[in-house]
Design a protein around this ligand. Structure first.
Ligand code: TYM
Length: 331
């Protein structure tokens, strides 16, 4: 049995990048009977950037409903909110004492976010990867399916786990990252040199999984490409077209090569319409299931509660193992 663990921050919107880079693989991995899957809403991570309480609350349930709507199945996977399982915060403190400030200072996301939120470079922002390491290590995780931008955090998780194991023996399982062959980094539709990001102030750059069909079509039609006319997969010289081809490959379930072949002779405008329609059709059933679930708050609350109970059972055992290895007295 392999343990699969991943999480998403319930802030802003769930983007097409989140779906293609991560959540789509969560669902695929959950269908393998040899996998035990655990997925969290990383709400503790969201407060490293200031959140309005009413938005955080609304987004938490909205993301929870959306995960179920895209097919994450609570009868197969554990789906819970990180803040419901107090062991995450406790393990993060312990791991802090085995993590160097210099390591955290070098994290790309910390440097980017510090530049973006220079008025609020709080300790949590710097400590973010340690909390993420706690998330992963609590569940004796084998594989962590994520997009490309999270790989550095998984590397540091491995470093911390190995460091602890070197001191105390085999306390933690050392996890590995898993990124999809296609779609590990979906780019902005307006600036295809940078990642599609939920915090992008330009709404045309980002597809939300809950965007209406006409909005999705409009955004794809406006997608930035290049001044050439030939459709080819060439991320260095044709970043915009290559991004559209990657999105199409995933939504049509084909390889990039097959996708390029099937687009031979199309004009850029035709490609944009085809990608837009393909994304609309992929999201359509998710959106109607979401509309049903978001009005079933009692059901969502029961699912989240059960998920938290199951998660904390596992988490408590790992935490107790580490505390005993450190030398804390038993209760
Ligand atoms: P978050 O919420 O930023 O993103 C959730 C997942 O979506 C992936 N992703 C993308 N993939 C491809 N293209 C994109 N443009 C794109 N944008 C986002 C991310 O790589 C991620 O897999 N720190 C994490 C949440 C987290 C976590 C964890 C993940 C907390 N604890 C433990 C794994 C394990 C984050 O902020 O993801």
């Amino acid at each position: 049995m392999k343990t699969i663990y991943s999480a998403i921050q319930p802030s802003g919107i769930m983007t097409l990048g989140n779906y293609i880079g991560a959540v789509n693989n969560w669902r695929a991995m959950q269908s393998d009977a040899g996998n035990k899957c655990i997925f969290a809403l990383a709400d503790l991570h969201t407060i490293t950037v200031r959140q309005r309480p009413e938005d955080l609350l609304k987004n938490s349930w909205s993301f929870y409903a959306l995960l179920l709507a895209v097919g994450i199945d609570v009868s197969k996977s554990i789906v819970y909110m990180q803040s419901h399982v107090h062991q995450h915060s406790e393990l993060a403190w312990l791991l802090n004492c085995y993590t160097y400030v210099g390591e955290m200072n070098r994290m790309t996301q910390f440097k980017d976010k510090s530049a973006k939120h220079s008025d609020n470079i709080n300790m949590g922002l710097m400590d973010y990867p340690v909390l993420m390491a706690a998330d992963i290590l609590l569940y004796d995780t084998d594989l962590v399916p994520v997009g490309y931008d999270q790989l550095q955090h998984i590397e540091i998780t491995r470093d911390i786990a190995l460091r602890v194991n070197n001191i105390y023996g085999d306390v933690f399982k050392v996890p590995e990252g898993f990124i999809p062959k296609v779609g590990a980094k979906i780019m902005s539709l307006q600036d295809p040199e940078s990642k599609m990001s939920k915090s992008d102030p330009n709404p045309n750059a980002v597809i939300s999984c809950l965007d209406a069909p006409e909005v999705i079509m409009k955004k794809f039609k406006r997608a930035v490409t290049d001044s050439d006319t030939v459709i080819a997969y060439d991320p260095d010289n044709k970043a915009g077209i290559s991004n559209l081809l990657r999105i199409l490959a995933v939504t049509e379930g084909k390889s990039v090569e097959e996708t390029v072949k099937s687009c031979e002779g199309l004009r850029y405008g035709d490609l944009k319409v085809r990608v837009g329609e393909s994304v609309v059709e992929m999201l359509r059933p998710f959106q109607s299931e979401y509309a049903r679930l978001i009005n079933s708050m009692d059901y969502l609350a029961v699912c989240a509660k059960e998920g938290a109970l199951k998660a904390s059972d596992i988490a408590e055992k790992t935490l107790a193992r580490f505390k005993s290895a450190i030398g804390f007295a038993a209760k």
